[in-house]
Design a protein around this ligand. Structure first.
Ligand SMILES: NC(=O)c1ccc[n+]([C@@H]2O[C@H](COP(=O)([O-])OP(=O)(O)OC[C@H]3O[C@@H](n4cnc5c(N)ncnc54)[C@H](OP(=O)(O)O)[C@@H]3O)[C@@H](O)[C@H]2O)c1
Length: 235
């Protein structure tokens, strides 16, 4: 049987996914991809085969995917030509004989024509490339990570309030650790072939709910203010 390889092994989500896989499978069945293997030394220490590869270097991916059955493609950073990188991973996986690729994208409302540049746009490209590749696929759509909420609401929310152009829209932020565990289940068990999952915490929260939670933690009212998209960009 071939190995399960998780990309982004030096990053938060990839590392946690491998840690959760280790609870389910022996290390000998697992591999991680890192462009700098030294950054994933902790995983190598646990017996995981860390392979060197860069999404921009096609041949490095071909080599890294030797003897691999399943690849978990952790999406790359925004604003770095994501399409080329994801295309390379999917194409190299197919050429190397990988059977199944799972890909992380971001939740979006079915039927919505809203396009988040560098977000939805590249996610749709990645999802369609994978589906068109003929490989068995699993699409894993993520909610906002709980750990990066401050990135969306601003680091000065206690003083300035939660100022976002979100109206009464809701999302279901979840921790990377929970999302990684779900990915480990998808990768280690049967039944997730050619499926699309939208992951998230069991409860939805609006930006107003987030402001209320922050008020409680802070012991002082943190207001929620809906602002325009342009004001948000200007902030
Ligand atoms: N849902 C959300 O709220 C949310 C928020 C932010 C990001 N995201 C997306 O989720 C992904 C995973 O999140 P994370 O927190 O785990 O991010 P992270 O810690 O920054 O990890 C990203 C991983 O991608 C690797 N990578 C980047 N460019 C590469 C390349 N050219 N070749 C090979 N590997 C490359 C990085 O390697 P190095 O260590 O070498 O840089 C790192 O291991 C992000 O990359 C982004 O697409 C989602």
């Amino acid at each position: 049987m071939g190995k399960i390889l998780v990309t982004g092994a030096s990053g938060h989500l990839g590392r946690k996914t491998l840690d959760h896989l280790l609870k389910r499978l022996p290390a000998t069945q697992l591999a991680g991809l890192a462009r700098d293997p030294a950054k994933a030394q902790d995983l190598a220490g646990k017996g995981i085969d860390i392979r060197k590869g860069d999404y921009f270097e096609y041949d490095s991916l071909l080599k890294a995917f030797e003897g691999v059955d399943k690849v978990m493609l952790i999406a790359t950073h925004g604003f770095t030509d994501r399409n080329t990188q994801h295309y390379n991973v999917i194409t190299a996986a197919r050429q190397a004989g990988v059977k199944h690729v799972a890909y992380t994208s971001i939740v979006r409302k079915e039927g919505s024509d809203f396009v988040l540049p560098e977000g939805t746009e590249t996610d749709i490209f990645g999802e369609q490339t994978l589906k068109a590749s003929g490989l068995t696929y699993t699409l894993v759509r993520h909610p906002p990570f709980m750990e990066v909420l401050q990135f969306f609401i601003g680091e000065k929310a206690y003083e300035a309030g939660v100022r976002v152009p979100a109206g009464s829209g809701k999302a279901a932020p979840a921790t990377r650790d929970d999302l990684a565990e779900a990915q480990a289940v998808i990768l280690s068990a049967e039944g997730h072939e050619n499926k699309t999952y939208t992951l998230g915490f069991s409860e939805l929260a609006s930006s107003e709910d987030i402001a209320s939670a922050l008020s409680e933690i802070h012991g002082k009212k943190v207001p929620y203010v809906t602002i325009s998209e342009q004001q948000y960009i200007d902030n």
